[in-house]
Design a protein around this ligand. Structure first.
Ligand code: ADP
Length: 255
């Protein structure tokens, strides 16, 4: 538990640092973009090479600004808005999105029982988390495969934390991870995808959301066989029972 506390604090510190740096960086980029705009006006219209160079600089700065937006989202400057969410219905609503993200060579299988208890989570962030996991799965299955989305009610959390949980598994039949990659997979900024392809923020974002929703995340992987990411989320408390409808007293028996 102490190790977990340190881990949580480390993530929190990284998040704050990231948020602060991203914010300052964004301001700098806005100043750069402003100057480039002024420069463009002073550049002779017939200086084609000059305009091309300027365009490159503007595009680079804009890409940087887009990245800082993602970093700010990661540092979670925005508040979570948890709601009672029925997982099967939410996934059903994402079907088109998932199909497009995974491409035609990946088969999607879902096993989400209709009687799965609802969970308490921010539905938009949860969708983003599932999409992140699906994109990771696609990247791990360059020649195709199967993505399986499973849901199951569990009486406790993965570490024995008591209370009803819903376990949501996202499994792929991809390349898997070796032990060293698996150990670092959820660390912010850890990526094996190379510059411009991965940010290393996907799994840490998912883990952050799950932790803030009172749950836990486990990753299991076998090289050459595939990866399974399991989210354990506390089941939402059932809505309070409706107040009993008063029963009118029986009419007095006629004498
Ligand atoms: P990114 O996808 O940007 O690299 P993530 O935090 O989502 O960032 O993932 C970190 C790393 O974990 C990936 O670069 C990859 O090495 C590994 N990884 C994550 N998901 C999977 C998966 N489903 N199969 C194999 N490796 C994975």
């Amino acid at each position: 538990a102490l190790a977990q506390l340190f881990e949580a604090q480390k993530l929190d510190t990284i998040g704050q640092l990231t948020g602060g740096v991203a914010h300052d960086f964004n301001n700098l980029l806005m100043a750069v973009l402003g100057s480039l705009e002024l420069l463009e006006k002073r550049l002779p219209a017939d200086d084609a090479r000059g305009h091309r160079l300027l365009d490159n600089a503007v595009q680079g700065a804009q890409r940087g600004a887009a990245l800082t937006q993602r970093l700010l989202a990661f540092a979670r400057r925005q508040e979570l808005r948890p709601e009672t969410v029925a997982v099967a219905a939410l996934v059903e609503g994402m079907e088109g999105l998932l199909e497009r993200a995974l491409g035609p060579s990946v088969r999607i299988e879902t096993a989400l029982p209709a009687d799965l208890p609802p969970i308490q989570i921010d539905p938009n962030q949860f969708e983003l988390a599932l999409l992140n996991l699906a994109v990771n799965a696609r990247d791990a299955m360059p020649v195709g495969g199967t993505l399986t989305l499973r849901g199951r009610a569990e009486p406790a959390g993965p570490d024995g934390k008591p209370g009803a949980h819903v376990r949501i598994g996202v499994a792929d039949t991809g390349i898997g991870m070796d032990a060293a990659t698996l150990a670092k997979a959820t660390e912010p900024f850890f990526t094996t995808k190379g510059p411009g392809k991965g940010t290393g923020l996907g799994l840490s974002m998912v883990q952050g959301l799950v932790a803030q929703s009172g749950g836990a995340l486990r990753v299991a992987s076998t090289p050459g066989q595939g990866t399974s990411v399991d989210l354990w989320l506390p089941a939402a408390r059932p809505a309070p029972a409706p107040a009993p409808v008063p029963v009118p007293p029986p009419a007095p028996l006629a004498a």
